[in-house]
Write a protein that binds this ligand. Structure first.
Ligand code: TRP
Length: 457
C-alpha cells in the first residue's frame, strides 16, 4: 500500500503546464462548435444557467475526484483505477469504471475526428475565396455540399486522425506540453479579437440577451439532461482523459484550485464562442439559432466573408478551431493507448495504429449519417446523433456518477486526504458533501427525467 510520489511516465514540468494541458483537453469542439448550437436549440438563457450550474456543482467536484484517482495511481486510467480499488479493499466490480471510459473515448474520438475534419476543410474553404460576400443561405448551401460528399468528409477525417496519431506516437508529454503552452494563449487572443469584431459588427445585444435572459419556459427535462451532458463533455470528464493527465500532475499542486482555473477557462471560452456566433446569427438573414450542428460553419463564413481581409482571418480562425480540436482529441486517444501498451505489451506505434484505426472505421458511420445513411435511425437519431447522445448524455454522466461515489464513499480516506492536503477543512467538507450527496442525486434525477422526456413522452 504505497503512497506514490512519482509515476513511471514522469510528470508535467509545472502546475501551469498541467493547467494548459487540461485546458487544451477541455477547450475544443465542445466549446466552439457544440455549446452554441446545443444552447441555440434549447432556447438559450435557461439552458446556459443550468449548464453553468452543472459545471460548478457537478463538473468541478467530479473533475477533482478524477484527477485525484489519477495522481494517486500514476498510471493509465484503467490501471490507476484498478490500484485504487485494490488498495481500498473495494469490490473488484469497481474496476469496470475504467472500461466505460475507454469505450467512451473510442466512440467520441470516432465522431470528433469527422467534425474536426469540417474545421480543417473550412481552413481551405475560407482561404480559397469561395466564401467572399456570402449570404446566410449561400453559406448554408456550401456547408450542405460538404456534408453531402462522403469522400471529402473521409479525406479530412483521415487527415485529422493522422495528426492525432502523429503526436500520440511521439509521446504526449513533451510534444503536447510544449504545444499547449504556445497554442492556448494564441487561441485566447484570437477569440478576444473575434469577440471585438462581433461586438462592433454583429448584433451583440441580441446575443447577450439570448444567452443570459432566463426564460424557464423554454427549458425541458431533456434540455437539462443535455446541459449536464454538455458540462461533462466540455470538461473532458467521465472518460479518463483528466485522470490520465492527473497522473502527471506535480504532487504539490492543489487539486481544487487548479481544477477551478481549468473550469473557469473552459466556461469562458464557451460563453465567448456563444457570444461571437450568436452576434453574427442575429445580424444575418437566413440563419436560426436552432440550426443544429452546422451553426458555426454557416454563421462564421457570413461574418468573415463580409469583412475586409476577413477570409484570411476566417481561415486563421478555423486553424485555431482545428488546433483546439486537436489538443482535445489527443486526450481521447492517449489514455487508451497508454492502457493498451501497459496491458498487451505492444509498441506505442502499434497501439496507436490499432486504436486510431478502430476509431476511424467507426467514424465512417458518422460520415455516412450526414448523407447516404441520413434516413437510418437508432432510437430516432442518426448514427452521429446517437453516438453523441450515448456518450455525452449517458456514458459520461454515468461514469462521473460512479467516480463521485467511489471517491466519496469507497476510496480509502487516507489516500483522499493525502491528495487533498493543503485544502481548507471547510472546502474539503463541502467537496465531500457534493461528491456524496449532491452529484449522485442530481445526476440520477436528471438522468431519469431526461431519458423519460426524450424517449417516452
Ligand atoms: N472536452 C473536449 C471538447 O470540449 C472533448 C474531449 C476531449 C472529451 N477529451 C474528452 C470529452 C474526454 C469527454 C471525455 O471538445
Amino acid at each position: 500500500m504505497a503512497i506514490q510520489q512519482k509515476g513511471m511516465h514522469g510528470a508535467w514540468a509545472s502546475r501551469w503546464t498541467f493547467i494548459m494541458a487540461a485546458t487544451g483537453s477541455a477547450v475544443g469542439l465542445g466549446n466552439m462548435w457544440k455549446f452554441p448550437y446545443v444552447a441555440g436549440s434549447n432556447g438559450g438563457g435557461a439552458f446556459v444557467l443550468v449548464y453553468l450550474g452543472c459545471i460548478l456543482l457537478i463538473g468541478v467536484p467530479v473533475m477533482m475526484a478524477e484527477v485525484l484517482i489519477g495522481r494517486q495511481g500514476r498510471q493509465s486510467p484503467i490501471n490507476s483505477m484498478r490500484d485504487a480499488v485494490a488498495e481500498s479493499d473495494a469490490k473488484s466490480r469497481w474496476r469496470h469504471v475504467g472500461w466505460v471510459g475507454v469505450a467512451a473515448g473510442m466512440l467520441i474520438l470516432s465522431f470528433y475526428a469527422v467534425i474536426a475534419g469540417w474545421a480543417l476543410a473550412y481552413i481551405f474553404e475560407a482561404a480559397s475565396g469561395e466564401l467572399a460576400g456570402v449570404s446566410g443561405d449561400t453559406a448554408g448551401a456550401i456547408f450542405g455540399s460538404l456534408l453531402a460528399d462522403p469522400s471529402r468528409l473521409i479525406f479530412w477525417q483521415s487527415i485529422f486522425m493522422l495528426l492525432c496519431v502523429g503526436v500520440v506516437v511521439g509521446g504526449v508529454k513533451k510534444g503536447l506540453g510544449v504545444a499547449v503552452e504556445i497554442l492556448m494563449p494564441v487561441l485566447f487572443v484570437m477569440l478576444l479579437l473575434l469577440l471585438g469584431f462581433s461586438f462592433f459588427r454583429g448584433n451583440f445585444s441580441a446575443a447577450w440577451d439570448f444567452l443570459f435572459n432566463f426564460n424557464l419556459q423554454l427549458l425541458t427535462w431533456r434540455g437539462v439532461l443535455e446541459a449536464m451532458g454538455q458540462a461533462f463533455f466540455t470538461l473532458s470528464i467521465g472518460m479518463g482523459a483528466i485522470m490520465a493527465y492527473g497522473a502527471y500532475m506535480p504532487q504539490k499542486a492543489n487539486i481544487g484550485k487548479t481544477i477551478l482555473i481549468v473550469a473557469f477557462f473552459d466556461s469562458l471560452v464557451a460563453i465567448i464562442s456563444g457570444l461571437i456566433i450568436f452576434s453574427i446569427v442575429f445580424a444575418t438573414q437566413g440563419i436560426e439559432p436552432s440550426a443544429g450542428p452546422g451553426l458555426m460553419f454557416i454563421s462564421l463564413p457570413v461574418a468573415f466573408g463580409g469583412m475586409p481581409g476577413g477570409l484570411l482571418i476566417g481561415s486563421a480562425f478555423f486553424v485555431l478551431v482545428s488546433i483546439a480540436a486537436w489538443s482535445s482529441a489527443i486526450s481521447l486517444l492517449e489514455p487508451c493507448v497508454a492502457w493498451l501498451i501497459e496491458a498487451k505489451d505492444i509498441s506505442r506505434v502499434q497501439a496507436n495504429l490499432l486504436l486510431a484505426g478502430f476509431a476511424w472505421v467507426l467514424g465512417l458511420g458518422s460520415v455516412l449519417s450526414f448523407n447516404v445513411w441520413s434516413d437510418i435511425k437508432f432510437a430516432g437519431l442518426t448514427f452521429f446523433d446517437f453516438l453523441d447522445f450515448l456518450t455525452a448524455n449517458i456514458m459520461l454522466p454515468l461514469s462521473g456518477l460512479l467516480i463521485a461515489v467511489f471517491v466519496g464513499y469507497v476510496m480509502k480516506r487516507e489516500f483522499v486526504d493525502y491528495q487533498m492536503q493543503g485544502t481548507a477543512p471547510k472546502i474539503l467538507a463541502l467537496w465531500r458533501l457534493t461528491l456524496r450527496y449532491v452529484a449522485p442525486v442530481a445526476i440520477s434525477a436528471v438522468f431519469v427525467m431526461g431519458i423519460y422526456d426524450k424517449f417516452f413522452s
